[in-house]
Design a protein around this ligand. Structure first.
Ligand code: ATP
Ligand code: MN
Length: 428
């Protein structure tokens, strides 16, 4: 059976009048009007109208919505208001039948809730709005790769199955590895730091795993992280890289993805830069004005971030956190060792990224591990590499799924992840 096509739907146009074409796709709509019928056909690139009449009416036998067809026909001018051309079909071949009824309405005319859509996720991709989210995600990824490659970062892939509970071990999924205890990586932190000793600037875009029993719109057990690490850069340098990456993502997708923005119903607005930079101490002062009394060293809870988010609804950096709130590998400030060379990138209340300058002195790192009650023996491979000429370095991790929600203007990461994993969802 011939399944080839001569054209994608986006390649068909009114200047092709009289031309014979073969194309394929799904039947979105089928309307019989006496001795004529109109079909709307979609492929991943768009939709077009097919007209059937006269002797050809027998071609309609056995056709139903959402079945896959291959159509042979001639391009002609159309009187329809939504289409300026149509295809007069001479042959309609059914390649696969869709069952009836389908679990969700794939056109989205009948709104299905997110749970039902996730249960039939592949079918949900036939909804233009959902498909547009994942087309945008594709463009976001390619923009990120382009920006980082230009800045001389090299893309790496680190292991996701790891043998020791790095970074303290909270929130790790454990698994049996041929009789030994192993874990799923929660970040590429230690590996990406090690890579700076030879590759200097590295990045990774990958899934990571956190056993968080959270039921929020911003936490999943499996999420995609964009990570960088760079030798000879301080924390302000990698903040600049992050800012450029974000602005590039918004600018490129706003220019390239016009149709997707229309389907989603959201106009992408390129953010103003430079982003505002607020220190942790300034944030405490700001909260004091709202009668929130926090001591130096207290963590900012969700309720505090909501207030800061009301004051700063766009992108901003929260910098110079107390050392005690940051992980063991973070570097202190020269003028005040209780403060760290660290930052979070926020969008309103939402944390998008954490990063900072790292310790590169092995003795300091060992001391800090003990201070945080971690056993240096569990980090022996990592510490060993610090004796091989570890350059001063900085980096960050950015939650790609959270960034997508900001780009699209929604508040649930489940919308932008194909098959989200959370405490209640392991299938499909
Ligand atoms: P939060 O406090 O919001 O749980 P975190 O500080 O624990 O985040 P980091 O360890 O700093 O997270 O990870 C870097 C980034 O990765 C976060 O800023 C966030 O964008 C993303 N991220 C972390 N955990 C998750 C998760 N469970 N689901 C989705 N994204 C996540
Ligand atoms: Mn963080």
């Amino acid at each position: 059976m011939d399944i080839s096509r001569t054209h994608l739907i986006e390649d068909l146009n009114s200047s092709m009048e009289g031309q014979d074409v073969v194309f394929g796709g799904w039947i979105v709509d089928l309307r019989k009007l006496g001795k004529m019928a109109f079909l709307t056909i979609r492929d991943v690139t768009g939709m077009c109208q097919v007209i059937v009449k006269g002797d050809s009416m027998n071609l309609l036998e056995g056709l139903n919505r959402q079945s896959v067809v291959r159509i042979t026909g001639k391009v002609q001018a159309s009187k329809a208001k939504d289409f300026d051309f149509e295809i007069a079909a001479s042959e309609i071949q059914i390649l696969a039948k869709a069952e009836y009824p389908l679990p969700i309405d794939p056109i989205g005319r009948l709104e299905s809730d997110i749970d039902n859509r996730l249960n039939s996720r592949a079918l949900d991709m036939r909804n233009q709005k959902t498909a547009s989210i994942f087309k945008l995600r594709h463009h976001v990824l390619s923009s990120i790769r382009e920006t980082l490659s230009k800045e001389k970062f090299i893309e790496i892939t680190t292991p996701k199955i790891i043998g020791s509970a790095s970074e303290g071990g909270a929130n790790l999924f454990g698994l049996d590895y041929f009789g030994n205890q192993a874990y799923l990586a929660q970040s590429p932190q230690l590996y990406k730091e090690q890579m700076t000793i030879g590759l200097e600037r590295v990045f990774e875009i990958s899934g990571f795993y956190r056993a968080e029993k959270s039921h929020t719109g911003r936490h999943l057990s499996e999420f995609t992280s964009v990570d960088i690490e760079a030798a000879f850069m301080d924390y302000t340098d990698v903040m600049n890289v992050l800012e450029k990456l974000i602005v590039d993502v918004f600018r490129k997708t706003s220019e390239k993805c016009k149709i997707e923005q229309e389907h989603i119903g959201n106009q992408i607005k390129v953010p103003d830069s430079p982003f505002e930079r607020i220190t942790y101490s300034q944030a405490l002062d700001e909260l004091k004005n709202d009668d929130i009394k926090l001591e130096f060293g207290d963590d900012l809870m969700d309720s505090h971030l909501r207030i800061l988010g009301d004051n700063h609804p766009e992108f901003y950096f929260l910098t110079d956190w107390p050392m005690k709130l940051k992980p063991f590998y973070i570097h202190e400030k020269d003028d005040d060792p209780t403060l760290s060379r660290s930052f979070d990138l926020q969008h309103g209340y939402l944390e998008l990224s954490s990063g900072g300058r790292r310790l590169h002195d092995p003795e300091q790192l060992k001391a800090r591990l003990k201070e945080q009650e971690l056993d240096p023996a569990n980090f022996s491979d990592h510490l060993e590499s610090f004796g091989w000429g570890m350059p001063p370095h900085s980096g960050w991790g950015l939650g790609l799924d959270r960034l997508m929600t900001v780009l699209i203007g929604i508040d649930n990461v489940r919308e932008v992840v194909l098959y989200p994993r959370d405490p209640d969802r392991l299938k499909p």
